[in-house]
Design a protein around this ligand. Structure first.
Ligand SMILES: Cc1ncc(COP(=O)(O)O)c(C=O)c1O
Length: 309
């Protein structure tokens, strides 16, 4: 089971060379971004634990990875979602189907009679966790200090690679959700005085949200990643024609990308290249390809004119 030391490959994307850290080639069910963020959970002793509790969207990568983790650890995953769309309930696909097959219990909070006005996070905190003594709760997307050790392992792998290269400046580019991965990478490089600059772009929420996430995890702003500003807000999960187009341009027989975060990451990559054509670019591939099944079905319905696979 490959959980660390993913390969670094050089590819040509949009006509220029880019190194790609292939975390998508880590373990099939426990791979990508979550393999890093949940690495500490995998090492944890679960002998006193019977339930892993998480929440997020019914199509989240974390749902599938947490289901794989629960199976590996021999406990039950309870994953709380606001709702399950009629379409997904009728056509289970992608991460949702994968997680159900791994034995996950997906709980739609909108169906719970005791929900009241509570958000999903508050519902778990107030109605579920108090009665559970043998459960571990993981915040949405793995946004917590627990993620630091796994992401720092990724940072070490990049630093080791960096020490064998003679490039002047290396820019490490990755899209952000909660910003946890970008922040812990950047903080590691900063603290260890390494010449690797982390640049990210918000896929969830805007720049202000991302900055506040960084500050919540690390007060010292000098080690925060740089944020690319496209001057407009993209809504998470919404289908943009330019996202599908850049995704189509970037993929090849050897390399595929996911459709929620990578389109913005790839746009940031192009943007940085235009600004600084001499820079050495490293893109962190964070996995999540299983979610494409659901996303592609949606894109095909919305843009029938696009030549999608
Ligand atoms: C494929 C993929 N890319 C990027 C991210 C964003 O990671 P983070 O929340 O650490 O910013 C996620 C996370 O949830 C993800 O699943």
């Amino acid at each position: 089971m490959l959980l660390i030391n993913s390969p670094i490959e050089q590819h040509e994307l949009f006509g220029f060379p880019v190194f790609i850290k292939r975390d998508d080639l880590l373990h099939q069910a426990f791979g990508g971004n979550k393999a890093r963020k949940f690495a500490a959970l995998l090492e944890m002793d679960f002998s006193e634990i019977d339930t892993l509790i998480g929440y997020g969207s019914a199509q989240a990568n974390s749902l599938y990875t947490m289901a794989a983790l629960a199976q590996l650890k021999g406990c039950q995953l309870e994953f709380y979602v606001d709702h399950i769309s009629d379409w997904l309930a009728a056509h289970p696909s992608g991460n949702y189907r994968g997680a159900l097959a791994l034995g996950a219990r997906v709980v739609p909070v909108d169906q719970q009679s005791d929900r009241g006005e509570l958000s999903v996070a508050d519902y778990i905190e107030q109605k579920i966790l108090p009665a559970r003594t043998r459960a571990i709760f993981v915040p949405e997307g793995g946004r917590c200090a627990l993620a630091a050790s796994g992401v720092e392992q990724l940072a070490k792998e990049l630093a080791d690679w960096r020490s064998t290269q003679e490039y002047q400046h290396v820019k490490v580019i990755l899209p952000a959700g909660t910003g946890t991965t970008a922040l812990f990478l950047s903080r590691y490089f900063h603290r260890n005085h390494l010449d690797l600059q982390v640049i990210t772009v918000p896929a969830v929420g805007g720049i202000d949200y991302l900055q506040s996430q960084f500050t919540e995890l690390e007060a010292d702003a000098s080690c925060h990643p740089r944020i690319v500003d496209f001057g407009r807000k993209y809504h998470f999960g919404k289908l943009y024609r330019e996202f599908a187009e850049i995704w189509l341009q970037a993929r090849s027989r050897e390399l595929d990308f996911e459709l929620l975060y990578d389109p913005l990451g790839l746009m940031a990559l192009k943007h940085i290249r235009q600004q600084d054509p001499q820079a050495c670019l490293m893109y962190i591939h964070q996995g999540g390809i299983l979610g494409n099944e659901t996303m592609l079905a949606r894109y095909r319905r919305k843009y029938p004119g696009l030549c999608l696979p």
